[in-house]
Design a protein around this ligand. Structure first.
Ligand SMILES: Cc1cc2nc3c(=O)[nH]c(=O)nc-3n(C[C@H](O)[C@H](O)[C@H](O)COP(=O)(O)OP(=O)(O)OC[C@H]3O[C@@H](n4cnc5c(N)ncnc54)[C@H](O)[C@@H]3O)c2cc1C
Length: 427
């Protein structure tokens, strides 16, 4: 069953470095209406040079950023999403952004370009009000869990150089990001805002349906086939299916995309004004001993506090909506919350969400972005692991250039080419 959806409006454990990430400017609610494709306005048609027809598969941050930049550049774009926009990691991530945390590695230029693009997009799209974009100060802290179950028995006094709401047993604060180098977005609102803009202003069409296969003839992508038999013709296809990308036989034989399941909770403290824009990366020592954990805490301008952690490799279920959190992992995150702040204990904060989702990971820990070897006009963009919200904009802008111009100038994509997995093979 395919449905065309038009949104009317529009919101980690890091490799090498710490994973994570928003009060009040009211964020506009997300509304969707359904209308048929013929009523969707398209860019003006030039009979001599019709726009390139591009189908982008996957409605997470990577697919939506790609569809945004492609449609803004004049392509006739259809986005195919199996379930709902940002239903996976892109709707359940922290939304933390860092300029230089990937420096010294192959992802550095992608991250830097993307951090800058986030800033300019936020100015262009009113990101502060629509999706909670804001610069933040980022601290690392160490917390040794107290066994006390009573909030009154915790050491409820913030230490030196720690925001006053962080009044649990936190020690050794260190500033690891300033408002120049770290920022945040509400990832689901960010993704949906870009989608709305692309639909309303650049003629993007959204189809809810499951991609089954890419129709290839004479080594070129010609169409996508959807579950139930529907087919959409295309001059180019972009596959951005997150941790589901490897389930497509076309790509699954070429490289592996695994899923790392991570948990998060969203709390609504009764006194959100007390919570300052400080992102916290914790070294958290459980009371019963064992390995320290590295949960992340992100107050949001919506008045919520997002906390994530507790990851493990697991088989990715067929549908993002089928991802169920492990109760013990949620319990641990609530204990973390209690040890961070008296504003986050039961009774002082409502639990808005208890959730889990999958990070898309590759075997060499690098994203895979580029044309699929042996299939002209078929591109892949995935494997962003814990940095997909940060790296969505530059990935989308670069893939748009690659599809429309044949090369990317925003960022050099050669290091991320899927061809790296096929060296020595014949296609
Ligand atoms: C707990 C947690 C916290 C995180 N925090 C941050 C952070 O603070 N900063 C940061 O930069 N990154 C963060 N990340 C990472 C980030 O969320 C991911 O890298 C990013 O969301 C991946 O986006 P994606 O579009 O590749 O995949 P997804 O968001 O998984 O989207 C893939 C989409 O494809 C759709 N799909 C699948 N199969 C099909 C099909 N056959 N046909 C059509 N559609 C299909 C799915 O329904 C889904 O909507 C975090 C991740 C987790 C798990």
């Amino acid at each position: 069953m395919q449905t065309i959806i038009t949104p009317l409006l529009p919101h980690l454990t890091l490799p090498g470095k710490p994973l994570t990430r928003v009060r009040q400017p009211k964020l506009n609610p997300i509304e969707f209406s359904i209308r048929c494709s013929s009523s969707i306005s398209s860019p003006p048609m030039d009979a001599q040079n019709p726009p390139k027809r591009v189908v982008v598969c996957g409605g997470g941050v990577i697919g939506v950023c790609t569809a945004y930049f492609l449609s803004k550049s004049g392509a006739a774009v259809t986005l195919v999403e199996k379930s709902s926009i940002a239903c996976g990691a892109s709707g359940k991530a922290g939304g933390f952004l860092a300029l230089d945390w990937c420096d010294g590695g192959p992802v550095s230029s992608l991250a830097r370009a993307s951090f800058d693009l986030h800033r300019s997009l936020a100015q262009e799209l009113n990101g502060a009000d629509l999706y909670g974009y804001r610069p933040v100060t980022t601290l690392s802290l160490s917390i040794t869990e107290t066994t006390s179950s009573s909030s009154a028995q915790l050491n409820r006094k913030s230490g030196p150089n720690v925001p006053s709401w962080v009044d649990g047993p936190a020690k050794g604060p260190r500033t690891i990001g300033t408002t120049e180098t770290t920022a945040q977005v509400h990832p689901q609102l960010f993704t949906k805002t870009l989608l709305s803009k692309a639909v309303e202003e650049y003629g993007l069409e959204v189809v809810i349906g499951k991609l089954e296969k890419v129709e290839v003839a004479e080594g070129e992508a010609k169409a996508v086939v959807l579950e139930g038999g529907g087919e959409i013709e295309a001059d180019a296809v972009v596959l951005a299916l997150g941790p589901w990308t490897g389930k497509l036989s076309l790509l699954g034989l070429m490289f592996r995309i695994s899923g790392l399941k991570a948990h998060s909770i969203v709390l609504e403290p009764k006194d959100p004004d007390a919570i300052t824009p400080h992102a916290l990366f914790l070294s958290y020592y459980p009371a019963q001993g064992g390995k320290p954990m590295d949960p992340e805490v992100y107050p949001r301008p919506t008045g919520e506090v997002y906390i994530c952690g507790m990851s493990a490799e697991e088989e990715v279920p067929d549908d993002a909506e089928q991802v169920i959190p492990v109760p013990e992992s949620i319990r641990v995150l609530k204990t973390v919350a209690k040890n961070v702040s008296s504003h986050l204990v039961k009774g002082e904060a409502n639990v808005k969400a208890e959730q889990a989702c999958f990070l898309p990971c590759t075997d060499d820990s690098l994203p895979v972005i580029g044309e699929v070897p042996g299939v002209k006009g078929c591109y892949v963009a995935t494997g962003h692991s814990c940095w997909g919200i940060l790296n969505g904009p530059a990935t989308g802008a670069a893939v748009s250039e690659l599809v429309l111009d044949g090369h990317a100038s925003v960022v050099d994509l050669s290091r991320f080419s899927p061809a790296r997995f096929s060296r020595g093979r014949k296609w």
